[in-house]
Design a protein around this ligand. Structure first.
Ligand code: C2E
Ligand code: CA
Ligand code: CA
Ligand code: CA
Length: 272
């Protein structure tokens, strides 16, 4: 009822002020994190299904705060709302290219680009500058975008994707299958890679695997490479290999780790 609504309003209002203050504090701390070197990248390897060889790494950002590591799921949305994502994203672009060239032996690297960052008019030139400064070949960089990026502004998204691919940078559609119109996006945009979301990969449902099968068939006809995300068991890996999946990423292969950990991983994983 109305009365109850009013009551709830007066009860929650002081708390809202408190939440707002907390958000502002967090935003300030995050702004400081960008300038104060509190951000760091972890890397997770992808392997080529057919050979088991290392195919590249995905860069995943972390915030080192008061001795602990904060996961991107807990701060990217705040950065996105406050606009800080552009500064954070730029740091990620430069650091990922530098690390790939200097610390990871020139390996291919993928970075995540959020919707607001994708709208930034300086994105393409930042990527170009990062590649030139690091000396990483353009074909060694892949950007990962989700459907939410494409929903924002279709035409602009098309332009940015075309510009990046024109430069030789690869573009991947991330979290494939979790949105509403994954298929229509495959039709409207050109991707070098699609990353099948782990909710499919980890499913026990036969129907879901039928969908995975059609994704593989479709991507073969489009000439798009398929990466399976969130591979945690040998059973999942075998199934994906049988379906013709190109690459796999997940805890089974390796959790994300530091550049040093990835160098150790790469040494071990070289086929005998
Ligand atoms: P994502 O792009 O889908 O990244 C994959 C996430 O799944 C990572 O979480 C990774 O650690 C986790 N993961 C990998 N293998 C497995 C597995 O076998 N099982 C399970 N359960 N999880 C696995 P993380 O690092 O916490 O990142 C979460 C999300 O934050 C990412 O999802 C991405 O959307 C976003 N993110 C990460 N780094 C960046 C960044 O530099 N910029 C932006 N804009 N977003 C980022
Ligand atoms: Ca990703
Ligand atoms: Ca993903
Ligand atoms: Ca995700």
């Amino acid at each position: 009822s109305k009365k109850r609504g009013r009551h709830r309003y007066s009860q929650y209002r002081p708390q809202m002020g408190h939440i707002l203050r907390l958000r502002q504090e967090l935003e300030q701390a995050l702004a400081h994190a960008v300038s104060g070197e509190e951000l760091e990248l972890h890397y997770q390897p992808r392997i080529t299904m057919a050979t088991g060889e290392l195919a590249g790494y995905e860069a995943l950002v972390r915030w080192r705060r008061n001795g602990g590591l904060i996961s991107p799921d807990d701060f990217i949305s705040i950065a996105e709302e406050g606009g800080l994502i552009v500064a954070i994203g730029e740091w990620v672009i430069f650091e990922a290219c530098r690390a790939a060239a200097e610390e990871l032996g020139g390996a291919a690297i993928s970075i995540n680009i959020s919707p607001r960052q994708f709208q930034d008019p300086g994105l393409v030139s930042a990527i170009d500058t990062a590649l030139k400064e690091s000396g990483l070949p353009h074909s060694r960089l892949e950007i990962e975008i989700t459907e939410s990026v494409l929903i924002e502004d279709d035409e602009r998204a098309q332009q940015v994707i075309t510009a990046l691919r024109g430069m030789g940078v690869r573009v991947a559609l991330d979290d494939f299958g979790t949105g509403y119109s994954s298929l229509s996006y495959l039709n409207r945009f050109t991707f070098d890679t699609i990353k099948i979301d782990r909710s499919f990969v980890q499913s026990d449902d036969e129907k879901t695997w039928n969908i995975v099968q059609s994704i593989m068939q479709m991507s073969r006809s489009l000439g798009t490479s398929v990466v399976a995300e969130g591979v945690e068991t040998l059973e999942q890996l075998e199934r994906l290999a049988a379906e013709g999946c190109d690459e796999a990423q997940g805890f089974l292969i390796s959790p994300p780790g530091s550049a040093q950990e990835m160098r150790d991983y790469a040494k071990k994983s070289v086929p005998a």
